[in-house]
Design a protein around this ligand. Structure first.
Ligand code: 13P
Ligand code: SF4
Length: 356
């Protein structure tokens, strides 16, 4: 039962004391968030994993790429544990090492004769939501990682050093961020392999400023401008805030776009009772609604819109990994292969230096 699980988790937690730290992403369900020592967005969680260096184990209540990041940034002797190994991210799976390498090889070939102006022809930038293999790829090739909270700072960093940016996996975060920085849409082609039918012309690729990958988030893809129109009709004066993983038309129709922590802060900082329509995952929106009863807060998507993989972290798994730790056993450890650690760490440290 829920009570039994609660008793077991609290008992194991108490026995472990400072030997373990539990980190949780904002999208985790309340039944899990209640046990977290720290809850944050991806940037804050990466930072927390790097700074909580006293704990022997970091139990990461989030998804696989976040746990991999924690493993890279924590000390080698610290074990990072993902309570359910099936908690992945469909967007992260949309870019794989061989496809990105093929793209990179084609781009390098295309730009190889350009005159040297001291900048690289392309800088690779990956959204945090990707495998450690791709983080290592960008680190090795002069690029870096970004999160939704520092994407603009990261793109500015990349534009200083490169004539173009290859941005993957999330086309929407890439497009929304570059557009807000003044990059015209026609200079943001979506990557197509050279041999693809109907692919981009060589001229388009030469003129490109940001080359986008075809990835997207299946949760944020559900939002659309009609939902915003309806929210404005139902609640004149409503403040619409969406996550930048939403399609461009949605970000354009909203009042503001920002990371999960940006959304949380916007609500926490509102001094007058306000109606907020939010375009992001439902567990987070519902939690904010109960934490801030002085405001009216609802999700733009009327049909429940959870991240199904975040939801795979159930308190039952948390109880299991904690009790195993008490018994001296580490289960579900996430260990990034040695040959990816160094380059991925370079890319992540550049990311942490690019403050939101
Ligand atoms: P944040 O970095 O905004 O927490 O986003 C993580 C994520 O996966 C959103 O879908
Ligand atoms: Fe991945 Fe989307 Fe879930 Fe975020 S909300 S973890 S991008 S599937």
């Amino acid at each position: 039962s829920d009570e039994e699980l609660d008793t077991r988790i609290r008992a194991a937690r108490e026995t472990l004391g400072e030997r373990a730290v539990i980190l949780g992403h904002f999208y985790q369900r309340d039944e899990v968030v209640q046990y977290a020592d720290f809850v944050g967005d991806s940037f804050q969680l990466a930072n927390a994993a790097q700074t909580r260096d006293k704990a022997e184990a970091i139990i990461f209540c989030g998804v696989h790429f976040m746990a991999e990041t924690a493993d890279i940034l924590s000390k080698p002797e610290q074990a990072v544990i993902l309570p359910n190994l099936a908690a992945g991210c469909s967007m992260a799976d949309m870019a794989d090492g061989p496809s990105v390498q093929q793209c990179w090889d084609e781009l390098s070939e295309l730009y190889k004769d350009e005159p040297d102006d001291g900048r690289m022809p392309v800088i690779p930038v990956t959204y945090m939501n990707c495998s450690a293999e791709l983080k290592a790829f960008v680190g090795k090739n002069g690029g870096l990682v970004c999160t939704s909270s520092n994407a603009a700072t990261v793109l500015a960093w990349a534009f200083e050093r490169g004539r173009r940016v290859l941005f993957f996996p999330d086309q929407h975060l890439g497009r929304n961020t570059a557009k807000a920085m003044g990059v015209p849409l026609e200079k943001m082609p979506m990557w197509t392999p050279r041999k693809a039918l109907g692919g981009n012309s060589e001229e388009t690729m030469r003129e490109a400023q940001v080359i986008l990958w075809h990835g997207f988030c299946s949760v944020h893809k559900r939002f659309n401008p009609a939902q915003i129109t309806k929210a404005r009709e139902d609640y004149p004066g409503v403040r619409v805030i969406v996550h930048p993983e939403c399609p461009m038309e949605v970000v354009d129709a909203a009042d503001e776009a920002g990371s999960t922590d940006y959304i949380r802060r916007a609500i926490a900082d509102a001094t007058e009772p306000t109606v907020f329509a939010i375009g992001t995952e439902i567990n987070m929106v519902n939690r904010l609604a109960s934490e801030y009863p002085q405001h009216t807060i609802f999700c733009l998507d009327p049909v429940i819109c959870p991240c199904s993989t975040m939801y795979r972290i159930h308190p039952g798994y948390l109880a299991w990994v904690l009790e195993e730790l008490v018994a001296g056993r580490v289960v579900n450890r996430i260990q990034v292969p040695e040959n990816q650690q160094g380059d991925a760490k370079i890319a992540l440290e550049r990311m942490l230096a690019a403050k939101p």
